[in-house]
Design a protein around this ligand. Sequence first.
Ligand code: AMP
Ligand code: MG
Length: 333
Amino acid sequence: MDTYILAIESSCDETSMAVVKNGKEVVALTIATQMDTHALYGGVVPEIASRMHTEAITLVLEDVLKKANMKMEDMNAIAVAYAPGLTGSLIVGIEAAKTLALIYNKPLIAVNHLIGHIYANNIEDEMEYPMLALIVSGGHTELLVMEDDYTFRKLGETLDDAIGECYDKVARVLDLKYPGGPNVEKLALEGRHTYTLPKPVMDDTYNFSYSGLKSAIINLVHNESQRGNEIRRADLAKSFQEVAIDELVRKVEKALKETKIKRLVVAGGVSANKYLKEEMQKLCDKYEAKLLIPRLLYCTDNAAMIGAAAYPLYLKKEFSDFRLNASSSGDIC
Ligand code: AMP
Ligand code: MG
């Protein structure tokens, strides 16, 4: 029998719901983004985000059910992202999920948003194990080994800033609009790698560190503008992007070499980056490994990935009770 999960995602500035069949088929997906509002402030304002989720959530529910041509009664379970993210934003999705689960008497499934990003790869491809998973998002930079469904072993993570955060800060000093990542990428296309920046090489572990690179760029821009010198913005964007992503490539190469694992999935918002995709593809070709990166729609925040990640939990009957609460931090392991 087919399983239909209504999935909810509201961890940051997107209110999204999806109906996902058997953890793979996206029957319907609705994403209401608040991006234009937060762009006015140069970044996400948490209070505004929570209020806008509250305003959008019932409309998003109506829309997704209409698109799916289904009713709440047709669902087998309600899944919701409960962590990590902005607490006030997560709560809106969680309360909606609990309410629906209570009214329609459906099991409630709590999904970690980062695990959702990984399982986005299961929507249009098939994840096979063992595999390496690289999470690159606004708040996380982690390299994991997955031996099986929901089996995670952390190889390394960032000791300070996440790569996405670094993109966003660099965008800000380069006077680029929020969201920073795609705009830095666009500007980098017009530039050359001419700036010498500190490599975020920590040591021989699998850990990352991006705060030194971030500070170096902020200082460089301030110093040059104080001296009245012009910044070659496109060159700086390109130099930053190559240094930041080459470090990811270096660590993934070490993992491919040492673990001999032949599969890599890349997950999280930064996986939308074309340079990253190209470099990871080259690396996987070199090691005869298979690379999975979701298509753009499923790279950025969306509820379909929450539905995909909820399915193995549904099969194992790992349900939540109504004490489920939001958590801003969400360690996978
Ligand atoms: P997430 O935290 O997974 O929702 O992803 C959001 C992060 O991804 C933000 O820090 C964005 O700046 C970053 N991002 C999105 N698109 C790109 C891109 N094309 N290149 C680099 N970073 C990106
Ligand atoms: Mg995300």
